[in-house]
Structures are given as C-alpha cells and as structure tokens.
Design a protein. Structure first.
Length: 523
C-alpha cells in the first residue's frame, strides 16, 4: 500500500492547520507551521542528494526539530535513526557506522562528543548538521558543520516531489536497543508498523483531538517517538514538550496546560513525588497516565494514587512497543500485573518446545501482531533467533492468569532498567575486561530507590593488582553512558561458575541480597 507516516503531518496541515500541534518550552507551534518546516527540511535533504533508503542519524534533545527531521525523513522514504543523546562517543560511533548513516543532525549540547568521532564515522563531510539551542553559553556552529537554520532558510515550504513512492512496508526508523552479546541492535520499524502502534495507543487512551498529551520522555526513545508523539500528531491533538525532564515543571505543566494524557517513566514519577510538588498543583485534568519502563510496587502506585495520579502500567520492548497495557478498570484488582495485550497484539507464554502454556505456568513471553518490528538492521542471525515463524521471542519470562493478564517473572537476557533505560550487563562487562587490572567481571541489576535499578559489578582483579572503585568508574566514564556505569562495585576472589564453566549470576544475586554469603563489601 502506497502511503507513509509523512502523510500524518501533511494531512494535518490541510485538515487542522491552525490547531496547536506542539507546545515546546511554552511556545505553541501550529500544524501548518510544523509542516512548513518539515517541507523545507525535505527540500534541503533532497538538495543534499539523499534518496529513499538512505539513513539519517539524529543526536538531539527533545525539540520540535527532532520531529521535523523525523517527518521529513518519512515523507522522502529516508530511514530515521534517533540516537540516545546520553551516549558516549564510542557508542555513538558504533551505531552511526552500523546503520551507515549518510547525514547526522546534532544538538549543540552534544558537540564535544561529535567532535571526537566525526573523522571516524561514515557520515559524509558536507552532511554534519548543527542545531543551536540558543541556551546560555551554547557553542556556535563549528566550521566543519552546517547550521540547521541556515540550511533551510529560503527553501520552499511546498510539499516535496517524491521520486520513489513509499510503501507501508518500507522501513521508517532504526531504533537501537542493546543486545545480550553487548552489541546494540537496530530494531527496524516500518511505516505500517508505526501506524498500528499509533492506532493502538489512540484506542487505548481514547485519544481525542482536544486532548493535551504531556511527554517529557526523550523522543529518541520508542516511548517518546512511537507511543507519545506519533499517535498524538496522527490524532490531531497537542503535544507538550520540554528539552529535558524537570520534576517541578512536569507537575506544573499538568496544571498549566490541563494535560489529559500523560506519558512518563516510573523514575520520572518517583522524582516528581520526591519534589513534593503534587500537593501544590491541580492534576484533576489527567484522564490517562501510562508508561512505566520498570517494575513498580503497590506502595509506589498507592502513593501516586494518593496524589491524584493513577499510573496504568504496561509491558513492551523497542521491538514491539506497549504490547501489553493495563485496562483502567482493572488497575486496583490487578496491581501486580502488566495488563492485557493491546488491540493489535497477541501475547502468550510458551515453553522451550514452543508449546503454549496454561495459566500460571512460567515460560517465555512471545508475541505477534502488525506492530512487531520487521527485523534487526544488518543482523540476519539475530533476527532469525528473535522472530521465529513470525513470532517475536522477547527473552523475558512471565505467566498469565485465568483472565489473560500478564505477569513478569524475570528477564531471561539479564537486562535491567535504570531510569527507564535498558542496560545489558554484557556490554559493560566486555569493556571492563579491557581494564589492565581486571581479570574477570560480572554485573547484575539491583534495586535502587532513585533509578529503579542500577548495576552492581563483581570484579576479580589480576594477580597483584588492587584497583579502586574510582579507578573502575573513571575507566567507564568516557566509554558508556552514565546510566550504564555500575553504582556498586565489589571485589571478589573468583566468580561462581557451573561445572561446565558458565557463570552463575543467581549466586551473585544471593550474595547481594544476603550479604552474609560474602566476606567483602562495597569498596
């Protein structure tokens, strides 16, 4: 079917040109104005020789221009690659080169990181695009880059002429998510899949054109881009954005803009509670609050409810966003559950033989549906192992009850979530093994009051070496994002192994939760 996600913004500019599409840092932008800028960027991209199938990478904080580039790419059939702005140069270099990006748009806030890798990435010399935020002390455009505003100034705002028609099955975006081997994988999302993601969120929230959707989640995430922004703009509602999350502003924005739908990570809501601001604002306008991104407790949900906010939890992955969502009328009686499969997802539990399990039997969570990713970019083996006969294998364990509600048990892949971000220990472990004083290392996720979960590294030192905790953290600081750096470090004589030499992380978890099983504490 010849259609694209780019049609969303084109159609809205015709149907509701004067309606407010985005309120960014208290400045409203209409659908007509947003589409005009999208078209100017389209014309710029075309003049730069970009064609259908080319990848463009974006390393930006939340701003309307990130959405502009997203819809411009969608209109032209380019593949949009949002990069998490908290990544370190090594991580950025890997993802940019792995997807083969021809063009990179980046915020002034990450200039130093881009400077370190610009000579080692595949981006063409005349395709580094600098976006200046005009915040106090922000740097100017470097000589080796092109200023975003200058690049689109004077260009036509008319709809671009599309040389190659776009099909709903064509790739729209590559969303990177870490893998158990430590190498990030790019989940390929098609135009059609993203439409279905939008439809199931619109259905779930009963989204209306007069809704105000508050989203401080980074747009470089599937949650921000696919679960909040795209459905909102598809429906013709208004999206409230801030450059960065601030717990006080978050709460004040609910009252100021009478937000009706709020999307948030649990970590964000925890900071809002800690700020004590909810006692001072009116949040009665909120009809739906959903998100999550980490396991929640009854105590937390009840504390939030006591302030007038009722969080609807869910379960999803970058590979299949929000595949399970909590029905509003089941929140109280199913607080331990993630919810039910969304309108466009089939989710069930199966064993290693591929047999569907009965209620309350624990097995792997698997799913099908039109919003499951197409594949992993340039990773056929990973794709083959993850999507088997059209079924997405999540790598997570869980069970369902007699009503079909899903309950999480464990993450088969050992992933943990810190502040809503996926962290795969294998990636950090591999880097730490390059430390000259480390013989072996294993990392587990442990509870953290602020971030939900954080890492704990168990380190075996080389003979005669005695690194400190500060040595380890300093070694990681320029190599991985801060949320991946283990907060706790413990030095031990050896790692617990099975008879066949496989690591027994369950023993490390026992050592953490029952300190009497180990002789040494945090260093």
């Amino acid at each position: 079917m010849k259609w694209s996600v780019g049609k969303i913004i084109s159609k809205r500019a015709v149907l509701t040109p004067d309606r407010t599409a985005v309120i960014y840092e208290d400045t409203p932008i209409t659908y007509g104005a947003l589409n005009d800028e999208v078209n100017r960027v389209c014309n710029f991209f075309q003049e730069k020789g970009l064609r259908k199938g080319d990848r463009i990478a974006v390393d930006m904080l939340n701003c309307p221009q990130l959405l502009v580039c997203y819809f411009a790419a969608a209109k032209l059939g380019l593949i949009f690659v949002p990069l998490i702005y908290r990544l370190m140069p090594r991580e950025l270099e890997y993802q940019i080169n792995r997807c083969g990006a021809r063009l990179l748009i980046f915020h002034d806030d990450v200039l130093k990181n881009i400077e370190k890798i610009r000579s080692s990435v595949c981006v063409e010399e005349d395709k580094f695009i600098f976006f200046k935020s005009n915040s106090v002390g922000s740097p100017d455009c470097p000589g080796w880059a092109i200023d975003y505003y200058q690049s689109i100034s004077g260009r036509l705002s008319s709809e671009p002429v599309i040389e190659e028609q776009i099909d709903l099955e064509d790739p729209l975006a590559i969303l990177y998510t870490s893998g158990v081997t430590g190498d990030p994988k790019g989940a390929v999302i098609s135009h059609g899949q993203n439409y279905f993601k939008s439809f199931h969120i619109i259905d779930y929230t009963d989204m209306r054109k007069d809704d105000v959707i508050l989203c401080h989640i980074p747009l470089c995430h599937s949650g921000g881009l696919c679960v909040a922004a795209t459905p909102c703009l598809c429906r013709g509602a208004t999206l409230v954005l801030r450059t960065k999350f601030d717990p006080v502003l978050f709460a004040l924005d609910i009252e100021k803009y009478k937000a009706t739908i709020v999307v948030a990570f649990v970590t964000m809501l925890r900071f809002v509670l800690q700020a004590g601001i909810l006692d001072k604002v009116d949040v009665s306008s909120v009809r739906v609050l959903f998100g999550g991104a980490e396991v929640t407790t009854k105590g937390f949900l009840n504390e939030l409810a006591g302030k007038g906010l009722h969080l609807l939890t869910g379960y999803g992955q970058t590979e299949n966003s929000s595949m399970v969502l909590m029905p509003k009328d089941a929140l109280r009686r199913k607080q331990d559950s993630c919810g039910l499969p969304n309108f466009f997802s089939e989710v069930w539990i199966q064993n290693e033989k591929g047999e569907k399990l009965a209620p309350f039997e624990v097995g792997e969570i698997v799913a099908t549906g039109p919003n499951v990713m197409s594949c992993y970019w340039d990773a056929p083996e990973e794709t083959k192992n993850t999507i088997v006969d059209g079924v997405l294998h999540t790598g997570d364990q869980g069970y369902t009850d007699e009503e079909g509600f899903l309950y999480m048990v464990d993450r088969i892949k050992n992933m943990y979530r810190s502040g809503g971000e996926n962290v795969y220990p294998a990636e950090v472990e591999r880097i730490l093994l390059g430390h000259p004083k480390i013989e072996n290392v294993a990392i587990i996720g442990v509870p953290d009051e602020t971030w939900g979960e954080t890492g704990k590294a168990y380190i075996v030192c080389r003979e005669g070496e005695t690194p400190t905790k500060e040595d380890i953290i300093n070694f990681l600081n320029e190599k991985v994002a801060k949320y991946k750096v283990p907060k706790h470090i413990e030095f031990i004589d050896s790692l617990p192994l099975t008879a066949s030499g496989k690591l027994r992380k369950s023993i490390l978890e026992e050592m953490h939760f029952n300190p009497k099983t180990t002789e040494k504490g945090d260093n």
